[in-house]
Design a protein around this ligand. Structure first.
Ligand code: ADP
Ligand code: MG
Length: 354
């Protein structure tokens, strides 16, 4: 059961919210303007996230939705570090001792994560597990760690201490206590897997939404672009600051609002700096990446958020395949060059910079 990593309490709350429809999505497709065709829709709860799937095709059946569920469960059972005996858990348990061979897909996701760690100069850090555990953000008892605990956790984090053997798909973590955490990339990978499946089944028009990771497959049934709402990082879910027109694109946001807790009047969010041990503290509220594969968008949104506005912008501009929307604490919105025609600001609390 993929739900077993959840406590009963949080599961009940989640079900209640689902039933009342109180949970929106970080970024969501604009249903109002969708063509008249009603989508076949399903929701799943996995990766500690609500996954919403809308397929604009009458041939979509419950069997297809069940097959999507099985794909999500497979990925969770391989890549969720909280799940005892998942492939990533086995790699983590063997840290400092031995290497573990994993499936081709887990190997690919870990390899991509390591590539982003190198490309971002360590701002993206897939061995962030010990720090995530220490803060407990998103869990039942989050707390600000003590300095010596932080130092100890940070000594066990370094993507350079991960050895990958492409021939055998073996992964080795050099030091005992190291722990891979694919929380910043696995959801993106899962969106790509669902899109591939739908494509193979002959579906062309769908919105795949994994709590902020959107994959807009094809176009609306009438052939016009999707309108994707970009979440206002300071408001409840579902309130957007603007919209983006998209055809066959993935739109992924990392922000301070996604998971957080408050202690002594301070807000602590869930993207952690491998350099300070604390939540990344720069002038960004959120970063949205627009690109072709969701795995890349997911890894990039976390990398770029951690890099900050200046370095993050350079990172995105250096890649032909990616665009970004940066939202700063002073309510300025910075767009990379390819988005100026497709992004529409709809919220007068924010301004387009320059
Ligand atoms: P979301 O989970 O809201 O989509 P992200 O994709 O930005 O957001 O991933 C955040 C998650 O990634 C955290 O909950 C944690 O598991 C992990 N993480 C935290 N800090 C980092 C980091 N610097 N590099 C890589 N992963 C991180
Ligand atoms: Mg991410």
């Amino acid at each position: 059961m993929y739900r077993k990593f959840l406590s009963c309490g949080s599961l009940l709350i989640m079900i209640a919210l689902l039933m009342t429809g109180a949970i929106g999505c970080t970024t969501q497709a604009d249903q109002k303007t969708a063509a008249s065709t009603e989508p076949a829709a399903e929701r799943y709860f996995i990766f500690d996230t609500i996954v919403s799937l809308r397929v604009y095709d009458e041939r979509m059946t419950p069997r297809h939705f069940d097959e999507v569920r099985a794909l999500l469960e497979r990925i969770d059972q391989r890549m969720n570090r909280q799940l005892a005996d998942s492939e990533i858990d086995q790699v983590n348990q063997a840290a400092g001792k031995s290497e573990i061979s994993v499936s081709e897909e887990t190997f690919k996701v870990v390899q991509t994560a390591i590539d982003y760690a190198a490309a971002s100069g360590g701002h993206f850090e897939p061995t962030v597990g010990p720090l995530v555990d220490l803060w407990g953000i998103g869990g039942e008892h989050p707390a600000v760690p003590k300095k010596d605990e932080l130092t100890a956790a940070m000594q066990r984090m370094n993507y350079k201490d991960v050895t990958l053997n492409p021939a055998s798909h073996a992964i080795r973590l050099k030091k005992e206590g190291m722990s891979l955490d694919l929380g910043a990339i696995a959801k993106g990978y899962a969106a790509d897997v669902i899109a591939d499946y739908l494509q193979q089944q002959g579906f062309r028009s769908a919105i795949i939404d994994l709590g902020g990771n959107i994959l807009a497959m094809g176009s609306k049934p009438d052939g016009s672009p999707w309108n994707i709402g970009i979440q206002d990082p300071e408001k409840d879910r579902g309130k957007s600051l603007g919209t983006l027109q998209a055809v066959n694109k993935t739109i992924v946001t990392s922000g301070v609002y996604e998971r957080f807790f408050e202690a002594e009047g301070k807000v602590y969010h869930h993207i952690l700096s491998p350099f300070t041990g604390y939540p990344v503290d720069n002038d960004l509220l959120s970063v949205t990446i627009v690109t072709d594969t969701s795995m890349d968008a997911d890894a990039m949104s976390t990398s770029v958020f951690s890099l900050g506005l200046t370095e993050g912008r350079k990172f995105v501009e250096s890649r032909d395949d990616a665009e970004a929307i940066f939202v700063t604490t002073d309510h300025q919105i910075y767009l990379t060059s390819g988005l100026t025609d497709t992004f529409k600001l709809t919220n007068d609390n924010y301004q387009l910079a320059e």
